[in-house]
Ligand binder design. Sequence first.
Ligand SMILES: [Cu+2]
Length: 685
Amino acid sequence: MKRYFSLGAALCLAAGVAGCSGDDPAPPAAGGPTPVPAAVTFDVTDEAGHWFDLGSANKLAGTQSLAIVKPGDKVAFLQTKSIHGPNGAGPSRVESFHTVTSLIWPATATAAERIDQDKANKDDHEVTLNAPGLYVFVCKLHPYMLAGVIVDDPDTKTAAGAPAFDIGDNLHLFGVTHTADVRQAADATKAFTSNSNLGLRLLRAFFVVTSPTNWKDYTKVGQAYKPSYPPVAVKVNPVGALPLPNGIVPDLNVALQGAFDGEPIPTVTKKPSIDGIGEVWVDTQYEVSQTKGVAYPSTVTVVDVEGADKWTVKRKIALPAQKMNNAHNLWASHDQTRIYNTEWHGKSLYVHNQTDGTLLQEIELGNDPAHVMTRVNNEQVHVGLNGEDAVVELNKGTNGSLTINRRILVQNPGEKQAQPHAHWMGHDGNSMVTPNSNTNDSTFWDFITDKIKSKPATGTLPIASGINPDSTKYYVSNYLGHSISVIDMATGNNINNISLLQNYNPVTGVVGGNGAIGGLPIQTPVSPDGKFVITGNTLTATITIIDTAADGGKGALVKSIACDPGCHGVNFGAKKGGGYYAYITSKFSNRLIVLDYDKNNDGNVDDAEIAGWVVLADNAAPNDDPITANAGMGGQGLLPVPNVYNGWVQKLPSGGGDDSFCGQLTAAQRSPFAGTVITPCNPTP
Ligand SMILES: [Cu+2]
C-alpha cells in the first residue's frame, strides 16, 4: 500500500523512473480501536546525520530526514520501536531521552499542528498537518536532530507544469518570531517571508545537518565545498529578497549553491607558528568505528599541540566494549591525570587515563549527561543531566575513583523540568550556573547557602554558559534566541541580552554595523583573563567575540570570524610564551581551528586571526576500534590539557621542572586574573 511518497519518490514519479518507491510499512496496529495510520513515520535514532530517519530507501541529495505529505496526513515519530532500522522494523534506536518539538511551521498552521513535551522522554509522538508549507521538528536537548516535512499542495506547479514544492509564504521560527511554548497560538503578523536570506540559510542548514555527505571534509584538499541539495522547484513567497516570478525558485540546488557555496578546501594545512602547551582532547561525536557501528557513534580525538608531533592526531578512543554513545564534553582531574568524558545520547560518565586514553571507570548517572566540570575547592565532579532536572555531584576518592554524592535539583519544587545543558563552575568553588534549555532561564546555584540564588530569564533555548575569572558575571548563549545573556553575579539579575543578529537583515542578508554576525550560538567560555567571551555559532558558521568591558561592563559584540558548518565547541589553552589560543570545533566538519584571538596580547581583538588548524580525520592514528565512517567529524566538546582557567590553573601539580605543564606556563598564565597571587610551580611546603 502506498502510504506516502518521499521527495525522492516524487522526483522518480516526475521523471518516470521505473523502480522508484517510497512505500513504507504501516506501524504495527495496537489493540483496541483501529487508529488512523500515520502517512509518514520517522525513527528517532542516535545515528549521526540520521537522527530522524525515513530509511536509506528514502534518501534524497543525502538526507533521510525530509518527507512530503499531503494536507491532512499524520506524521509519527517512533522512539519505543523502529520501522526503518538496518533490518527493517525492530527495537528502539535511541538509548536515552529526547524531545520532538516544532521549530519551523507555516504562518497558516494552527496550534494543533505543533508539538512539544514538558519532559524529555523516550515516547512515540504524532501530529496531523493540514496547512501547506514547511514544518521542521527538533530535539530541544540535541538541537542538530532535525526532521523536515513539506505538506505539499499538489496544485503548486512551475510555469512548465512540473511539481513545485510549496514551503509556505510566511514561516514561524521558534525563538525568533514565536518565543512562547510552541503549543500556544502564534502571532501570524510576526512570521518572516520564506523569500528571504534567513529562509535560504535555514533550508541550507537543514540539508547540511541531515546529510553526512554534505559535511565539510578537510581531507578533500583543493576541491570546492559544494553541498548538494534537492534539484527541485520550490514555491516561496513572491514578495521578498529575490525577484521570483510567481515565487518559484526553479532549482533549489542551483539557488543554494549559488548563494553560499563553492570555496575550495585549502590545499595546505596551515599550522600555528607558535606551539601550544600539552594536548587537546576533542569529542569527535559523529565519527563511526567498526565494533560500535553506526548505532553508537563517537570517538575522542587527542591532538598534540607541542613538540615534535605538534598539530597532529595522537590517538582515537572509541570505547567499543562500553558502546560509548555520542561522547560530548570533557574536563580533567586537577592533576590532569584523569579525563572525564560524557556520552550525550547515553547515561554514563567515562574516566580515561590521560597518558594512554584507556578506561579507568564508567559510572552511570542518568539520561543524557551533557557537560562535566570540577569544583576547584574540593575536586567534586559535576555533570548536567540534559534529559532530566538535575546536576549530578560526584565525590573523588583517595584512589581517584568517583562515587555519586547527590543530585542538585536546578529548579524549584513544582517548576517545569529544566533540562540543564552546559553548566559552568565559579573560580572559587562557590557557584555553579546552568542554562536550562526547557525553561528559557538559568539557574545560579550558591554552594555556600547550598540553594538556588536566582533563576534569571534568558533567551529561547539557553544551551551553554561561562563564568568570568572572578565570578562577578556570567554569560549564557541562547541557541534559538541567537543572543548572549549577561548575568550580574552580585545581584543574580540579567543585565543585558546581546543579539548576535543585531547587524543582520534577515530578508536581504546584508550585514551592517561592525560586520559581526552570529546565530544559533553554542559554547561560550570567558577567556582566562576575563577580557573576552568567544562563542561558536552554528547557523552562521562564525566565531563571535564579545568584549566584556564594552558598554560600561555590560559587554558588546565586537567581531566575528569565519568558522565551519556547525561551529560548536570553544575552549582556551595556553600559548607557549604567554597568552592563549581559543580552540574551536565544528559538528559538520573535521577541523580543529586554532584561533589566535589577541596575537599581541594587548586586550584588543583587531589582530585576531586563525593561526592554523588540525584535520581530525586520521584513520592511521592509534585507536581502540578502527574508524569506518565520518572520519574526524562531529567536533563538539574539547579540552586543552593543562586546564588554564583561573582557579584550576593554580591546582596544577608542582614539581616536574620546566617540562611540566606548570613549568611551561608564564607567570601571567599561572595567575591569569589581575589581582590574584602568582602561584609558583614548585612551592616549598
Ligand atoms: Cu535528542
